[in-house]
Design a protein around this ligand. Structure first.
Ligand SMILES: O=P(O)(O)OC[C@H]1O[C@H](O[C@H]2O[C@H](CO)[C@@H](O)[C@H](O)[C@H]2O)[C@H](O)[C@@H](O)[C@@H]1O
Length: 362
């Protein structure tokens, strides 16, 4: 079940994507003539994780076949993908022409979108220039950070009190602590998985104990969800790690397992995700069923797909996927990396200022 045409940027991505492929439906590989990394079909079941373990040999095979230099087929695939999901920078004028009479609302994922992916999750700092860009965006438009991290942690990285924050994949939402925006209900607080808190704390302790012998494994407590990082775990121990996580989950049927970038995530089985979180935020801002709003969501991870899907379904606004490689996505546009996200945010601010000036001139 190898995918010799897969477009990979580096070995780690190749392995991560292979694990993803193993836990998701392998048949998705051949769904289009563009080679894509499948990103959907949640939740990852414990049975599928087992399959992933058994597929480590397959993962190795994929690694061996990962091109160190891009082939011309890879380039063709990328071109085709970019045609389908054009650069949000390249399409900026077109995007903003749709925004002229509308209220733009900005939703931003954190890791891989505002900060580069790094080995140590505690060191995923945001560049000061990026912080400035987000701050300026928040002066122009209601702005929310929607992250898998617990709210306190992501607030601490971003350090902008004028934003809305949705932590734990949207299960912990709070309005701005400063009063710089008068729009919507700023006292918003939403914690749909509150009853799971004692359970999450309990499972966190068990996971720490269970995984302590796996070198490089890192269990992160994100309050309403738990992240088990395997970025620094040797590939031969991945199966062992997945088995251990699975054995813990057996006793907690109200929890489910999902997957992000080199991370397994445990969450309550409630119907709540980043998509529901942005619906909730739009409602709090007073934009439910409004035709005069243009929500823009920028994210890099599979969990962001839930938000992209909501925007597609509503036929309002659009998602922008941050990725250097072709991936299956519900996003309309793409940006390659956090640096491009920053340029996009800066252009948004310049656009807003120019529209204000042109109104003044009239
Ligand atoms: O929704 P996000 O804000 O993108 O958060 C998703 C997860 O991000 C973090 O993990 C990811 O970034 C780390 C730092 O760059 C990287 O080491 C890790 O491999 C990535 O999966 C965060 O640590 C998780 O808790 C979030 O769920």
């Amino acid at each position: 079940m190898t995918n010799p045409n897969a477009v990979v940027s580096d070995t780690q991505s190749a392995i991560a994507m292979a694990i993803t492929a193993a836990v998701n439906s392998p048949s998705l590989f051949s769904r289009t003539n563009i080679t894509l990394f499948p990103r959907n079909k949640f939740p990852v079941t414990t049975k599928n994780i087992e399959t992933a373990g058994k597929n480590i040999a397959w993962v190795e095979a994929m690694r061996a076949s990962s091109p160190t230099r891009k082939s011309s087929q890879d380039n063709e695939d990328k071109k085709a993908w970019i045609m389908k999901h054009p650069s949000a920078l390249g399409m900026f004028e077109e995007i903003m022409s749709a925004a002229k009479t509308k209220q733009v609302v900005i939703f931003l994922d954190y890791d891989g979108t505002l900060s580069p992916i790094v080995e140590n999750p505690d060191q995923a700092y945001m560049d000061p220039e990026m912080r400035k860009a987000v701050k300026n965006v928040a002066k122009c438009f209601p702005t929310a950070i929607v992250s898998g991290r617990c709210r306190a942690k992501v607030c601490n990285f971003v350090r902008l009190s004028e934003l809305y924050y949705a932590g734990s994949h949207g299960m912990d939402i709070k309005g701005p602590s400063s009063r710089k925006h008068q729009q919507g209900n700023q006292n918003v607080l939403c914690q749909p998985a509150k009853e799971f808190l004692p359970m999450m704390a309990e499972v966190y302790k068990i996971l720490i104990e269970k995984t302590k012998d796996i070198v490089g494994a890192n269990v992160e407590n994100n309050k309403f969800c738990l992240s088990i990082h395997y970025r620094c775990v040797k590939e031969q121990s991945w199966s062992d790690l997945a088995q251990k996580v699975k054995s813990v989950l057996k006793n907690y049927p109200k929890l489910k397992l999902t997957q992000g970038r080199m991370v397994l995530e445990i969450r309550p089985t409630i119907k709540w995700d980043k998509g529901r979180a942005i619906e909730f935020l739009m409602e709090s801002l007073g934009y439910t069923n409004s035709k005069d709003v243009l929500p823009i969501y920028i994210g890099d991870d599979r969990t962001d797909e839930d938000a992209f899907k909501v925007l597609r379904k509503q036929g309002q606004g659009f998602g922008i996927l941050v990725s250097k490689i072709p991936k299956e996505t519900e996003a309309v546009y793409s940006l390659q990396e956090p640096l491009e996200v920053m340029y996009f945010l800066q252009r948004l601010v310049a656009w807003k200022r120019s529209t204000l000036h042109s109104h003044e001139r009239v």
